[in-house]
Design a protein around this ligand. Sequence first.
Ligand code: 1BN
Ligand code: ZN
Length: 315
Amino acid sequence: MLPIVLAIALIGCAREKPAEAAKQATSTALLPTAMDAAGTAADPHPPSFNADRAMQYVREIVAFGPRPIGSSNHKKLENYIVSHLKGDTVEDDAFTADTPEGKFPVRNIVAKFPGSRDGIVVIAGHYDTNYPLRDTGYVGANDGGSSTAVLLELANQLRGKKLEGYSVWLLWTDGEEAVKQWSPTDSLYGSRHLAEKWQKDGTVKQIKAFLLADMIGDADLNVDQDAASTATLESLVYQAATRLGYQSHFFARTISVEDDHLPFVKLGVPCADLIDLDYGYGNVIHHTPQDTLDKLSPKSIEIVGSVILETLRLL
Ligand code: 1BN
Ligand code: ZN
């Protein structure tokens, strides 16, 4: 098997740090409240990510126990996600995946929030947990839990708002994890299926940006820069992080990671994978039963949720 993390280059990586773009940012967020840069009245209730509520979601998700594809806990989480999207426009992408461990139901869930401008921004994260660790008590608080929760809270922030920019589609991907051993055919079941579907029906052409959040709850938050992601979109994320004073948590090192953005990268969609693959010193906690709530911080989830919202404003 090819190693998943192909290369790690510490600070000083080949790609230029997006700091220059950030320095040029004239921040509407920093202007006095009721007006934006153009002098028009600003939204009196701008989105403001609620970290405590997001953390409560993680607690409730973890309380279901291990949530590998095909399990009853996974089904409970599907129902939990959908129950939090009442009144929203929800699209299901459900299918049967053929895996090295047999056939499994897989279900991507998409909540759609319409904008005033032509085009779609997809914000994604996976909700299934590691399959091979299913009998070890592994609950994936960070890997699966944090991404599910950040999307649920983003839905709260987008719901009922008049979005002045692109439409925003929140995507809970399923079957991200390998069932036996990570390979191009044993991984990313949901995102591969959805990318193909959205290519066939023309949706892919409308996607202006695909932002992926994965493992973003680590109390020691260091979001990596991903070599396969789109440099201009990562620069925008860095600019957003800088506006909020959170830039020190972003892009100190560059990695190459296989994740749910890849099927969309392959189709030419601008993508940014916001993943912290340094979970515990040397990533020792990742894919172990030690991936538990006590390693997380609501602040980390708030940082990523807020930076995503700020990136939406910049797009
Ligand atoms: C991320 C979260 N990934 C799986 N769950 C992708 C990955 C798999 C990253 C193995 C590193 C190693
Ligand atoms: Zn994982």
